[in-house]
Design a protein around this ligand. Structure first.
Ligand SMILES: Nc1ncnc2c1ncn2[C@@H]1O[C@H](COP(=O)(O)OP(=O)(O)OP(=O)(O)O)[C@@H](O)[C@H]1O
Length: 777
């Protein structure tokens, strides 16, 4: 059934050539017990490996059941070994980390025999070789003879045609050797058994045929056989190891090295831990920043002011200017400053005001207005009429009004609601301490701080004689009446054409044209409100401001001022802007100085901005309306910063990931070295080189997944002490939170990286020559 025709196998190492097989021609019967005898180094093992398909011949041909093997591909050889050959080695070559049943099953696993069938056949084979009582042991729990029996059972399990035994009794005592020889002779009744031995007595005693071998040549054959020409009856069933089998093999192997595996997984998880912690922290911080921003920046509105600064244009200008460095010539050049250039007048028209009023109340329900209109206010204090103001400043002319006009913070007129059906702004954001919420336009409110304090000047300017720390009852404040006098009553025209305030204030107090104002209530910002916009002191509605403008718009002083560029009170010359501002304070301008749009929440702001941008579409530069989004500027800055920090930290942490990758590579390489014998056995049993790669890939897969999971677990555990530390340091709760999606991605990344790191040694393992692997010590 098997015929070798002039087989040659030469080993070339450097200059020397070893003729391991030098023209071997021999044929074997379907059933016989052939012993190959010969001195050491004569080529016996090489011949056996050649017949077993572990090693390939240089020239000649081997014919199996009429089929030439000349055109065999590597996978054909793999299938041939698995289907037709059973190997028994001198040193048993059992896989130590598998039980003896699994050892016997391995060849069947490769040929795809189902689980139950495999177990059944393995048990049969082990019972046949006399190991009924040892089925569930591991190889290292058996004696040498028993181990060789397992090896024979493994060789038999797949029911091969040829049993190849390489000095099967070489490591056994005489008594055990006899038992093993009896067993092999029994098997030769059904199979072709070829046994290599040094021992001529044993050969003579048991073998049917003895072939004497020396220097790679057959010297004598006791019972030669002539193969008759046969048709090709040879068929091969391909082998294939499933990834599951590979995983199982590797898992068992890893189990035997628990300590080392844990340490490796731990070491390579450090990269994952650091990236996990960095991501948890940065994500948490970003969340905290977002929350704080939403809370604190919600009250920074989008501001549209008559005098706007186009920041973008300004910075573009600045870049252009810095290019011209040194001056030339002997003249001085007059120049408008950059800030001045960036100043831009927004043409706020009734049409634009209406456009803003049309904003979807679902996006932004509160619009505030700043008007420069002055108020001529009088109050009776202890029966005496005094002029008073609604200001918290020590002198009425301060920068606070300008500040509030451009940022919308610290305003004294409360925003108007676009949707009247919704909850009132004051009621929603302010708690009533005394009196009532304002109902009429002439109702005022007094805003106090959370500790019920108020700026002393706010009270002093209202005519209250009070010292620092002194208290006034709510009752004394609520109901306070203030008279607002129209310009025509308040200002007197001089014969020169100038106007001065009337000095006889008591006569003005009861004028019929006055608006009667009243402090209706005392209010305080609710603790949960994000919109505590009003500065402490008196606050009033925009309706009141509009009523004052209505009252004064056509007054004599306004008309007179409109007609001249000279200030009608001081006779100072004014430029156009100053004149306009002055007219506005006299109540001569119906347009607000600025408007403030308060988006309902941080997210709605973008939609509001889009709405405002729509107005500018297609308009010329001078007709465009520039708005200021202070909160947006701040958010962009902090967001970008956080991202940058995260990138840098992740990059650093990633270095340790690369280190672990290299480490896994080294470890797999060590594992490959350690498991060389196992690779040889797997190949002898018919594993393809691909399958060997698979075994090691499976090992790194297990390592990658476990180090990823371990890393995530440790990172998750670390968030607890980190959070408690941060809480102690910063009062921020639960900053570090590991996002489950990021955690999953990290495990996947860890697995992929470790598999990459281990794949090169895994490929090396696959390339190992099976015959050499088996010779490894
Ligand atoms: N991979 C190899 N590279 C180079 N030379 C080799 C290789 N394998 C075997 N040889 C040589 O081929 C010759 C035959 O070796 P082989 O192992 O077949 O002999 P053997 O008869 O089985 O010896 P022993 O009885 O001692 O096991 C020896 O001289 C050996 O040095």
């Amino acid at each position: 059934m098997l015929e070798l025709k002039d087989i040659k196998k030469y080993y070339r190492v450097g200059e020397t050539v070893t003729k391991a097989l030098d023209g071997v021609s021999v044929a074997f019967r379907k059933q016989e017990f052939v012993a190959i005898l010969g001195p050491s180094g004569s080529g016996k093992t090489t011949l056996l490996n050649m017949i077993g398909g572990l090693d390939q011949y240089d020239s000649g041909d081997m014919v199996i059941n009429g089929k030439s093997t000349k055109s065999f591909k590597p996978t054909d050889w793999d299938a041939y070994r698995n289907n037709s050959i059973g190997f028994v080695f001198q040193s048993y070559n059992l896989i130590g980390h598998l039980g003896i049943l699994e050892n016997v099953e391995l060849g069947m696993t490769l040929s795809g025999v189902s689980g139950a069938e495999k177990r059944h056949r393995a048990e049969d084979a082990l019972i046949r070789v006399g190991l009924k009582d040892h089925l569930h042991k591991k190889p290292n729990q058996l004696s040498g003879g028993q181990m060789q029996r397992v090896a024979i059972a493994r060789a038999l399990a797949n029911d091969p045609d040829i049993l190849l035994c390489d000095e099967p009794t070489g490591a056994l005592d005489t008594e055990t050797s006899v038992q093993i020889m009896e067993l092999i002779r029994e098997l030769s009744g059904e199979k072709l058994v070829i046994m290599v031995t040094h021992n001529p007595e044993l050969a003579k005693q048991y073998a049917d045929r003895i072939i004497e071998f020396s220097d790679g040549k057959i010297r004598h054959d006791s019972n030669p056989h002539q193969e008759r020409p046969k048709p090709d009856q040879f068929q091969l069933k391909r082998t294939k190891m499933s990834f599951w089998t590979a995983l199982n093999l590797s898992f068992n192997n890893i189990r035997t090295k628990k300590g080392r595996t844990f340490l490796t997984a731990f070491a390579s998880s450090i990269g994952i831990i650091s990236i996990g912690v960095v991501l948890a922290l940065s994500g948490g911080f970003q969340k905290q920043i977002d929350q704080t921003q939403t809370k604190t920046l919600a009250k920074y509105p989008i501001t549209i002011s008559q005098q706007a600064t186009d920041l973008q244009a300004a910075s573009a200008e600045q870049q252009k200017e810095t290019k011209q460095l040194s001056g030339k010539g002997t003249a001085v050049t007059a120049k408008i400053s950059m800030q001045q250039k960036a100043m831009k007048t927004n043409k706020i028209t009734t049409k634009y005001l209406n456009y803003v009023k049309d904003i979807d109340p679902a996006l932004s329900n509160n619009i505030g207005y700043t008007r420069l209109v002055g108020m001529n206010l009088l109050r009776k204090v202890d029966g005496k009429v005094e002029t008073v103001t609604f200001s918290s400043a020590s002198s009425s002319n301060s920068g606070a009004a300008a500040m509030s006009a451009s940022t919308g913070l610290g305003s004294s007129s409360f925003p108007e609601q676009l949707d009247q059906t919704k909850e009132n702004f004051l009621k929603k954001n302010y708690r009533l301490l005394s009196g009532s919420y304002p109902t009429a336009a002439t109702d005022l409110v007094l805003v106090v701080n959370s500790d019920n304090t108020i700026n002393i000047n706010a009270l002093k300017n209202l005519g209250f004689d009070i010292n620092d720390g002194e208290k006034i009852d709510f009752d004394q404040l609520v109901g306070t009446e203030i008279q607002l006098v129209g310009n025509d009553d308040y200002y007197t025209a001089l014969p020169t054409g100038n106007y001065i305030p009337n000095t006889d204030v008591s006569s003005l107090y009861d004028k019929s044209g006055n608006l009667k104002l009243k402090i209706a209530g005392v209010i305080r910002a609710r603790s949960n409100s994000n919109m505590d916009l009003l500065s402490t002191g008196v606050a009033y509605s925009d309706k009141l401001a509009r009523q004052i403008i209505d009252l004064n718009q056509d007054s004599a002083i306004v008309k007179a001022q409109k007609a001249t560029d000279v200030n009608v009170m001081t006779n100072q010359k004014m430029d156009a802007t100053t004149k306009q501002t002055f007219l506005a304070t006299l109540g001569g301008s119906s347009m607000p100085y600025s408007l403030m749009i308060y988006p309902n929440n941080f997210k709605d702001k973008d939609a509001v901005l889009k709405y405002l941008d729509k107005w500018n579409k297609g308009k010329s530069k001078t007709n465009k309306i520039t708005y200021l989004d202070l909160a947006g500027t701040v958010t962009n800055l902090t967001g970008g910063l956080m991202d940058a920090i995260t990138y840098v930290l992740v990059a650093f942490a990633a270095i340790s990931l690369i280190t672990s990758m290299i480490m896994i590579g080294i470890l797999t390489y060590t594992s490959v070295l350690e498991r060389t014998k196992e690779i040889g056995v797997l190949r002898a049993l018919g594993a393809r080189s691909k399958d060997v790669t698979r075994v090691f890939d499976a090992e790194t897969f297990i390592l990658g997944v476990s180090s990823g999971l371990l890393g995530i677990l440790i990172a998750e555990l670390l968030t607890f002490p980190i959070n408690s530390l941060l809480y102690n340091l910063t009062d921020l709760k639960n900053v570090a939170i590991l996002d489950p999606v990021q955690a999953l991605i990290l495990v996947v990344v860890s697995t992929i990286l470790t598999m990459l790191g281990g794949h090169i040694p895994a490929r090396m393992a696959a390339k190992k020559d099976a015959a050499i692997a088996l010779r490894a010590e």
